[in-house]
Design a protein around this ligand. Sequence first.
Ligand code: GLU
Length: 291
Amino acid sequence: MRAVRWPVAVLAATLALAAGCSSGKSTKTEVNAKAPKFEAGTTMAVLNTAQKITIGTKFDQPLFGLKGLSGQPEGFDVEIAKIIVGDLGIPDSKITWVETPSAVREEKIAQGAVDLVAATYTINAARKERVSFAGPYYVAGQDLMVKKDNTTVTGPESLKAAKAKVCSVAGSTPGEKIKAYVDAAQLVLFDVYSKCGDALRTGQVDAVTTDNVILLGLIDKSGGAFKLVGKPFTSEPYGVGIKKGDVKFCQFIDSTLQKAVGDGRYKAAWDKTAGKVAGAAPTLPPADPCV
Ligand code: GLU
C-alpha cells in the first residue's frame, strides 16, 4: 500500500508547491499571480507588469479601514481591495496603502497618487464628474450615533428641537445631507470620523452622523459609551474609485467582485471584518454601468 500512497503524496506536495501553498498564507494571491494575462495597455496589464499597486483607504474606521498595531490597515474595504489586487496577479505585500480621508479621494485618484480607492466611498453624480466607480460592493445608509443615555435624538428630524450639535466629516455625503436637518451653527465638520467620536465622548457634540456601518465600528470600540439611533435615512452605495473613464478597469473590478461571490472570497471578506459586528454577509448589489 505504501508504494501506492507515496507517489500520491509527492504529487500532492508538488501541486501544492506549484500553486504557491508552501507558506499556507496568501495562497489565492500567489496562485493568481501566475495566471493573469491582460490586454496590453490596460491598467490591469500596467499594474501586473509593475507588480505593485497604491491603494487609498481609511485608516481610522473600524470594520472597514483601520490601521492598527500591525501597521497595516484592516477591514472590509481593505479585503475588497486585496481581492482585486489578487486577481491583478500582485501579491498583497506589494500594496502601498495611502490614507484617503473623505475630502481628498477624488483629488488623489485624479492626480494618479493612487491606483484605486476603497474607502466607504459613496458613488454619486457629483463625484462621477471627476472619477469613475466600479461596484457598488455594499450599500450603507446614513444614520446617527449618540451617547448611550441620550433620549432626545431619535432621528434627523429631532436634531433641531433637541438643539443638538452634530459632527460629521468634510467632503462626505453625510456631512452634506445632514445640512437639510440642522442650522449651520449646529454642524461641526472634521477631516476624519475618529475625531467626531472623540468630540462625542468629551461632550463637545451630541451626535455623530455618517454611514450606519461606520458608526457601528465606532460603537463597537466605545466600550458601551455610544449607541446607534438606528433609522438610516439615505442610501450610500460603496464603489471602488478609479481614474475617470477607465472602463476596462471598471469592468475588470466588477467581474472580479462577481467571481469573489462565486468562490466565497466576498463572504469571507465580510465575515472576518464588518460581519463580526454588522450581521450576515450582504448580497453583492448589481453593478452600475461602467462609464
Ligand atoms: N459613504 C460616505 C461618503 O463617501 C460617508 C463615508 C465617508 O466619508 O467615507 O462620503
